[in-house]
Structure formats: C-alpha cells, structure tokens
Design a binder for this molecule. Structure first.
Ligand code: ZN
Ligand code: ZN
Length: 421
C-alpha cells in the first residue's frame, strides 16, 4: 500500500482541511509472516517488545514469533487462551507488562488490538499490528472501545505506527470473520449517503476527496464479493487494504463520517440491548451487514418518492423510553436535550432539496438486490434472525437507534417526512 502516493493525493485539498496520515507503513503480501521481523527492524521498531496474541491468532500467524526473534527482537509475551472482550482489566494487565519494553505488537484483530492500542497510548509505547483476519475496519483507528463496569465507551488510543498482514493468513481466516469484514465495508455506501444528506440539509462539513477514498474502497470489495470465501490471497489482501483505507479516511476528517452512518447505530443499539440482558453479541461486521441491508431497502424506496414534504420534528419521548428502557433513557435523552439536532433545519428548504437527496441515494447506494446477493455470496448475513436479533428489536433499531447520538442521517429525518411510515 503506497501511503506516500495517498498523502500526495490528499495534500492541499480544496475542502480546506489538512488530511494527515498518522501511520508510517502498511505491508500486506503472501508469505509476509516470515518477513515481519526484518520489516519492523528496517522501520526502527524498538528491540524490546511485548507480543500480545491469543492461541488462535498466534496459530494463524505461525512463524511470526520466530521471524521477530531471528531479526533480533527481545520478546516478552502475553498469550491469552481466547480473547473476545476488550475490558479495562485486560488493558491494565497489558500496562503491567509494559515496564521493560518499548514497543507493543498485537497479533490478531478486534479486541486484542483494542487493549493494546489503549495500553500503548497510556504507557506511551510504539505500537504495531500484525493482522490475522480482515474482519472490521478498526485497524488504523486511533480510538478503542473499552468496557468498564459493564459500559462500553470509546477511548482515545494510539494508531499503530506499522500495520502488517500476510495475505495467505488473511485468506485462511475463518469464513465468519471474512464475511464480517465484507459487511463492514458495504456499510460505507449508507454512511456516504447519510453524510451527503447531512451536508445538504444542515451544512455539515463534507469532503468529496475523502468520500472518494471510502467509495473506491467499498467498490473494490463489492467487485470481489465472489472471491471473499474462495481463499484468495489477492482478494483477502484487497479487502484488508480497503478496511485500512476507510480507517485512514476517518483520520482525514477526524470523525467517523466517512465510514459509518445510520447502520452502525443499529449495531450499537443491539449490542446495548444484548449486554443489558447479559447476552453475547454477534461480530460487529455481521451486525452492520444486516443493518446495511435494512437501511439500503428503506433508502432505495425513499429514492422512488418523487416529492416529500417535511414537518417540524417532535421528540417521541415515550417511544424512546420504551425502546431503550429506564437504565439507558437518561443517556439517550442527554443526546436530544435541550435541543434536537433537527431543530435548526429549514423544513421548506428540505422539501425543495428532495430531488438532490434522491440523486445522492441513487449515486451512493447499490440496488437492494445487488447488495443482498453480494452479502450472501461473501458469507455475510442479511436478516436479523441470522445474528440473533428478533424482528421486534430490528424494528426498534430502525425507529429509535438514530436518537443514540447527535448525528444527522436520512433515517433520523424520517419522522419529519409527511405521510412516510
Ligand atoms: Zn478534503
Ligand atoms: Zn464498522
């Protein structure tokens, strides 16, 4: 992946913002596992490192440990049996092992990377990732979702300085994880439509150059749908790079607009509901895949409406309270008080701008059947029952997940549309 070329393309952007890349190097190639040590060494990664993995990821990345010691790295190791949760206890465990090392290398994805990302930031250590599955787009992220006392919050963490993967290892990753990564990428189409609609109606900052990075990455994945489950190192490598691209795009805008829209809020809503019941959620990308299909269906139907008139937004307090329950209601209310994100919108201008919204949807979102078929081919789920979500909770997410944060999406505007249910 040519980061210098990308940096050049993003330099002096007409949007006026500086788009910085905080990562020094990304490497992905077949057989790279045996070169990991020499690559890190050539990039001056510190010699004394803490290697963090679990039994599964270490076995997937067989040879990485030897490659590091052969290149002269001195390893302290923390190998979990099977790490599924990024909680503050694990972060503290990693911090406790940071005393004698100058760098942290996380071998794996998801929670393993998150605990290392946060611990490295707190201990001010160099951080690198050796990815073992193309399962979500958080590799390049500088935040980490960490659970403390049962609540999951996003913490300011550290971007990896170096991101490595062996495309043979990625291609051999479990089918379920590859499908999840594909689902997380298809979500970008909804996210881009929501971002443009918000820019149109609320004047929110939007950058077409950044949007084009995400769009290009999502298109590349869509073209590869049939190869996702075929153990193709080339396709697995391209999906990994697409996931990183959208991570970099978030870095360019310093928010998640280029990578997530209404559909990601469904996934957070379902996760919260499940965690209140003490249940385990499905993988992030799989939940997002289902939400993406649900949103695409609605948005594509909206694009068929020749005209829509908007009325003033009224906060459905009773509905929100019932959907979130007493424990979470106060948090959600805080996002919508003392004013709602929709209060400043000009409803008449919105009606006049509807033709542009239709154009945005048509430009950004593939036809629903194209998306559904691509998800199925790539091994991603398309219906709530496949991820253990009831029809009732799917419907609740559709209506009430947009109230979880102050972010304008097309879905959030639906209660304002006259005659649209
Ligand atoms: Zn820009
Ligand atoms: Zn995501």
């Amino acid at each position: 992946m040519d980061l210098q070329k990308l940096a050049k393309e993003m330099a002096s952007c007409p949007c006026g913002r500086e788009h910085k890349i905080g990562i020094d190097a990304v490497g992905c190639a077949p057989g790279l596992v045996s070169d990991a040590g020499s690559i890190l060494s050539s990039l001056d990664f510190p010699r004394r490192v803490l290697l963090v993995a679990d039994e599964n990821t270490l076995s997937a990345a067989r040879g990485v440990r030897e490659s590091l010691t052969d290149a002269g790295f001195i390893l302290t190791e923390k190998i979990y049996p099977d790490l599924r949760h990024a909680d503050i206890e694990r972060v503290n465990e990693i911090r406790g092992l940071c005393g004698d090392v100058w760098g942290v290398i996380s071998v794996g994805t998801g929670s393993l990377n998150d605990i290392c990302r946060y611990a490295s930031a707190l201990e001010n250590k160099d951080f690198a990732i050796f990815a073992t599955a193309p399962s979500m787009d958080g590799f390049a992220s500088d935040t980490a979702p960490i659970t403390e006392g049962g609540f999951k919050t996003s913490r300011v963490a550290k971007q990896p300085r170096i991101l490595l993967a062996d495309s043979n290892v990625l291609a051999d990753a479990p089918a379920i994880l590859k499908g999840a990564g594909f689902g997380d990428m298809m979500a970008k189409y909804i996210g881009l439509a929501d971002w443009r609609v918000s820019a149109l109606y609320s004047g929110e900052y939007y950058c077409e150059r950044v949007a084009a990075v995400t769009r290009g990455a999502a298109d590349a994945c869509l073209r590869d749908a049939a190869l996702v489950q075929k153990r193709s190192p080339e396709a697995a490598g391209r999906i990994f790079e697409s996931l990183i691209m959208t991570g970099l795009a978030m870095g360019f805008t310093r928010n998640s607009r280029p990578a997530s829209g209404a559909e990601h809020m469904f996934s957070h809503f379902w996760e919260m509901k499940k965690s209140l019941r003490g249940e385990q959620s499905d993988f992030h990308g799989r939940q997002v895949a289902v939400a993406t299909v649900m949103c695409a269906k609605i948005y594509n139907e909206l694009a068929g409406l020749p005209a829509v008139s908007f009325k003033k937004d009224v906060f459905d307090a009773a509905g929100v309270r019932a959907a979130y329950g007493e424990d979470l209601y106060a948090d959600v209310l805080a996002m919508n008080e003392p004013d709602m994100i929709t209060d400043a919108l000009d409803t008449e201008a919105m009606g006049r701008g509807w033709a542009e919204v239709r154009r945005i949807i048509r430009e950004e979102i593939p036809a629903t059947d194209v998306l559904v078929n691509a998800m199925k081919t790539a091994g991603a789920p398309v219906g709530p029952s496949e991820i253990g979500v009831s029809d009732g909770e799917a419907e609740l997410a559709l209506r009430y997940s947009p109230y979880m944060r102050r972010r304008l999406t097309l879905l959030r505007l639906m209660p304002m549309m006259s005659g649209v249910k």
